[in-house]
Design a protein around this ligand. Structure first.
Ligand code: ZN
Length: 194
């Protein structure tokens, strides 16, 4: 009688562990890199990181960044999400970009940090957060978005980072030369949300 119950339970546990393995992102390879580098995007391979940026501008919107990044040769807006500050987009408004809708990688960190481009969800807060903190509405929206993404994509707390914490993939292990997302954003308060 016991075996009759135990076998389905064991099968259930086994199948959920398989599902967990399947949802774990695969490791990148050089062909992933080529795919990303030449197309400035790669199709969904799982998300491992949440990488937070600021725009370093007073105003901004998905449309404005899309235009700017296209001109820069980034293959369109670099990020997956933009959170407005009331200048260009509503204060606290969260907008998904084509990268999120189409499940493709970003171009929001250096070409030398391509693992973070391929597996990193890029979120940009409009504003210069080196000089001013985000608005209350922006911060509330960011926290809500992080909680949702963490839950849906099983992203580890340690992988919720600012652009300035991204390291190069080469042997030098150097960080990018950037202050993004600015010192007025308290990143340590964003890591352990639930
Ligand atoms: Zn950045």
């Amino acid at each position: 009688m016991k075996a009759v119950i135990l076998i389905p339970v064991a099968l259930l546990l086994f199948s959920t562990s398989l599902l967990a393995v399947n949802s774990t992102p695969v490791n990148y390879s050089w062909s992933d890199y080529d795919d990303w580098y030449y197309k400035k995007s790669a199709s969904y391979k799982g998300w491992k990181y949440i990488i937070i940026h600021h725009s370093a501008t007073k105003a901004g919107s998905v449309k404005a960044f899309h235009k700017f990044h296209t001109r820069q040769g980034y293959g369109g807006i670099a990020y997956h999400f933009v959170i407005g500050n009331g200048n260009g987009m509503d204060d606290g408004e969260v907008k998904e970009t084509f990268r999120w809708k189409e499940k493709i990688s970003g171009t929001h960190v250096s070409v030398n940090s391509w693992e973070h481009n391929i597996f990193g969800i890029g979120i940009c807060l409009v504003g210069n957060l080196e000089n001013n903190p985000p608005t209350r509405a922006q911060l509330a929206a960011l926290k809500k978005l992080i909680v949702k993404l963490k839950k849906n994509h099983k992203i580890a707390d340690k992988n919720i980072i600012g652009h300035k914490h991204v390291k190069y993939d080469d042997a030098s292990n150097k960080k990018e030369q950037t202050v993004c997302p600015g010192k007025k954003l308290e990143l340590n308060k964003l890591k352990h949300l639930h």
